[in-house]
Design a protein around this ligand. Structure first.
Ligand code: SF4
Length: 463
């Protein structure tokens, strides 16, 4: 609004969230949009006829400091197209980060993008000055990489990722325990997928899943799942992660990004790759970015609009890795290679696995509670804590944060099916868990989805 105060859409300012939940404003800036590479999905690709421009490194240092002093930003996200060669570009980005830290005494947040193909020496030098570093994979298979981003080679991406993992104290321990792993080649980045899935990143330096998993002997597993060390979920692996305390570079870790919809890989392939990255390289976050058409490059599919719904579902599935103890091959499998666009991944999984439900709220352990649609880490913890004070009633659950419009179908409370308290179908004797298709229709029914989320009165029953 003209004459108003503030704006939510300042060009170049983006937001990142720190581990403690703080929101950090970052100046997200390219040193240059010149690029020697020709990635078909990117507006800055060599073959795109656009106006090119670049900052001098010192110019960018001044800009960042000016913005910081005016309180526009709390940090910077430094990236660039490839100016000539990866090492030359990286040296300029490092110059900016180093100058900010040493000459300007800048203690704000710095995220630095590692250019694929950068030599290990410069990767480590960049990491020295940054809070976070990222190497973008972009495409989930080597076949797509060859076709869509031909200048990027798998080793040029995974080499820097491995160097960052080691330098941050993660892989050194892992390899120390399994030195033979160093020499093993990875035949398939998605080893748990059946044959017939589209593509994989071949030639990655180590077999991430197997190495990472063999690092954790005798892990706990959710009930009903095998206890092999190789079956460790991302959530479990993170709980058991040990770091070398002397490795204090990139305290916010490394991240990566995958472009969604520019290549034909299934969601199962994408999730299996993401899981491997979490386990093998200790990647903090995998970002999924819906492909935005930028022209009519024949190497790309014709899409009307960015697949934002798919991006959203992938983020939900990713959340299941990190906070709910799911594994990629549980969320999707060869029979279900794509996420359900109309239903969240956890509800979808529950409908395919009705055998583990209903879950008894008054006795189920934490990992089992996490499997119930409508119950998250916070509400599961609250349920466990509240049970210490007495037996829970159905009416208590909403106040503990349980989303009853979803959970009601999957739980019993003191042996009584929770849905019976709510809907006519169950009262008439239907057990919807025995009719997953019908339950799916009920879950999709706006009458249930849009139910007001008013929290019921908090009620306790003490014995
Ligand atoms: S290397 Fe980066 S900037 Fe260059 S074309 Fe590829 S994605 Fe775009």
């Amino acid at each position: 609004m003209r004459g108003g105060v503030g704006t939510g859409a300042v060009g170049g300012i983006c937001h990142a969230w720190a581990a403690d939940g703080r929101c950090i404003s970052l100046l997200k800036v390219l040193l240059s949009n010149t690029c020697a590479y020709d990635c078909a999905y990117c507006v800055n690709r060599r073959s795109n006829d656009i106006r090119r421009t670049a900052f001098e490194p010192e110019e960018l240092v001044r800009l960042i400091m000016d913005f910081y002093r005016r309180n526009y930003i709390e940090g910077a996200f430094l990236s660039s197209g490839v100016i000539g060669c990866p090492d030359g570009t990286m040296e300029r980005l490092i110059h900016i980060a180093r100058t900010l830290r040493t000459r300007e005494h800048f203690n704000g947040y710095i995220h630095i993008k590692i250019i694929p193909g950068t030599s290990e020496r410069l990767v480590l030098e960049a990491a020295r000055w940054a809070d976070r570093a990222s190497v973008n994979i972009e495409l989930p298979s080597s076949a797509s990489l060859v076709q869509i981003a031909p200048d990027k080679k798998p080793e040029a991406i995974f080499g820097p990722m491995r160097a960052l993992a080691r330098a941050s104290g993660f892989e050194s321990r892992l390899l120390a325990e399994h030195p033979q792993a160093e020499n093993r080649k990875l035949p398939d980045m998605t080893p748990r997928l059946a044959s017939g899935q589209v593509g994989h990143i071949a030639g990655a330096p180590t077999p991430p899943t197997e190495i990472a998993r063999s690092n954790y002997p005798n892990p706990p597993s959710p009930p009903g799942r095998d206890r092999s060390p190789l079956s460790l979920s991302v959530m479990e692996a993170r709980k058991k992660r040990l770091r070398n305390p002397e490795a204090d570079i990139i305290p916010a870790g490394q991240t990566t990004q995958l472009v969604i919809g520019a290549s034909p890989e299934s969601d199962a392939t994408i999730l299996a790759l993401a899981e491997n990255l979490y386990l093998a390289f200790d990647v903090r976050r995998v970002y999924y970015s819906a492909f935005i058409p930028t022209g009519n490059d024949p190497r790309l599919p014709v899409v009307g609009k960015p697949p934002l719904a798919r991006e959203h579902r992938l983020y939900q599935a990713d959340w299941l890795f990190r906070f709910y103890g799911f594994k990629a091959n549980e969320i999707l499998d060869p029979a279900h290679p794509f996420l359900d666009m109309s239903l969240d991944p956890k509800s979808s999984w529950a409908l395919r696995n009705p055998g583990i439900f209903p879950v008894e709220i008054n006795t189920a352990d934490y990992n089992v509670l996490l499997r119930v649609p409508g119950i998250g880490p916070k509400s599961a913890s609250r349920i466990i804590a509240a049970r210490r004070c007495g037996t829970l009633r159905i009416a208590s659950l909403a106040a503990l944060g349980v989303v009853m419009r979803r959970a009601r179908w999957f739980i019993t409370v003191s042996g009584k099916l929770a849905a019976k308290e709510f809907d006519e179908i169950s009262m008439r004797g239907w057990h919807l868990l025995e009719h997953p298709e019908l339950l799916r229709r009920v879950l999709l029914d706006p009458a249930f989805r849009d139910e007001p989320s008013s929290q019921l009165e908090f009620q306790w029953e003490t014995d």
